[in-house]
Design a protein around this ligand. Structure first.
Ligand SMILES: Nc1ncnc2c1ncn2[C@@H]1O[C@H](COP(=O)(O)OP(=O)(O)OP(=O)(O)O)[C@@H](O)[C@H]1O
Length: 269
């Protein structure tokens, strides 16, 4: 293994990034002054309440929508300077409720992840097939490879989308709520899988999630969006700053700094 491979480097960075939407006569600001650096080998959770701007940040980082202002760099190159096909070999994106055809077989859908590397006819090479099979094994779906996606449960289908990103084999993976339809065991299983992937292959994964308790236990860093402001740091750094105390109304949900978990405040009549 080369020493270059072992050295962690900054793969994704945002500086003075302002997120939002430009409408005909107005600008909707979602979050401001965002600064972070994600290195290879890091698993980073993007946390925030409903409507706080997690999907908007992921769409901005993946070039789907423009930033209002500020800079995004991937592997030290400005996002705005990367072309679509080129971008596809740097980052893969897993979105919830993505409009993909469920009439494809599991194998066919995961093979779409190889698109940035195939020839103009989309033919899979031996390496492509190997990567698709490996990705299917990683999410424990190899036995379902010839089944139509339509015949899968929502949780199984979610794992197929994760496998597509793994097959794409990019240094950076962005995921929007990858554990939404999964039960408690599979949520923990998938997040542990993501952790293993970043550690063993020197990738970086940024995923938006409502699984705050799991993210606090497992992730290297957290990007926390709270009322338009963004904090970034290790779970311990953010806990020390008291960053989680105001995330939810304190009369309903409290954060216990010792166990690093949120719990519901039971209201007795
Ligand atoms: N296309 C759009 N045009 C204008 N405003 C939008 C658009 N999409 C989202 N928004 C607004 O941006 C804000 C952030 O939305 P976003 O979907 O990024 O939140 P989120 O944190 O991903 O929410 P959730 O946890 O519910 O998925 C919301 O106020 C939303 O109404």
């Amino acid at each position: 293994m080369s020493s270059e491979f072992n050295q962690s480097k900054i793969l994704l960075s945002a500086s003075s990034l302002n997120l939002g939407y430009k409408e005909k006569r107005s600008v909707i600001s979602v979050a401001e002054a965002i600064n972070f650096e994600i290195k290879t080998g890091e698993l980073v959770a993007l946390i925030g309440i409903n409507g706080s701007g997690k999907s908007t940040l992921l769409k901005t980082l993946s070039g789907q929508i423009p930033a209002l202002s500020g800079e995004v760099k991937i592997d030290n190159q400005l996002l705005s300077g990367l072309h679509d096909k080129n971008l596809g070999s740097y980052l893969s994106l897993v979105l919830t409720n993505e409009p993909v055809s469920r009439q494809l077989t599991v194998m066919e859908l995961v093979a779409l992840g190889r698109h940035p590397y195939t020839n103009w006819m989309g033919q899979l090479s031996e390496i492509d097939v190997e990567k698709v099979n490996k990705a299917l094994s990683q999410v424990d779906l190899i036995q379902k490879k010839d089944k139509l996606c339509d015949s899968l449960s929502d949780g199984q289908f979610q794992k197929v989308l994760i496998a597509r990103a793994l097959a794409q084999d990019t240094p950076l993976i962005l995921m929007d709520e990858p554990t939404t339809h999964l039960d408690m065991f599979h949520k923990a299983y998938v997040l542990q899988l993501l952790k293993t992937i970043v550690k063993t292959s020197q990738k970086s994964i940024l995923f938006a999630s409502h699984e705050i308790n799991l993210a606090l236990q497992l992730c290297d860093k957290i990007i926390l969006i709270d009322k338009g402001k963004v904090d970034f740091g290790t779970p311990s750094e953010l806990i020390q700053k008291g960053a989680f105390k105001t995330l939810f109304p304190a009369d309903f949900i409290v954060f216990d700094e010792v166990s690093k978990t949120f719990r519901m405040r039971i209201q007795d009549d």
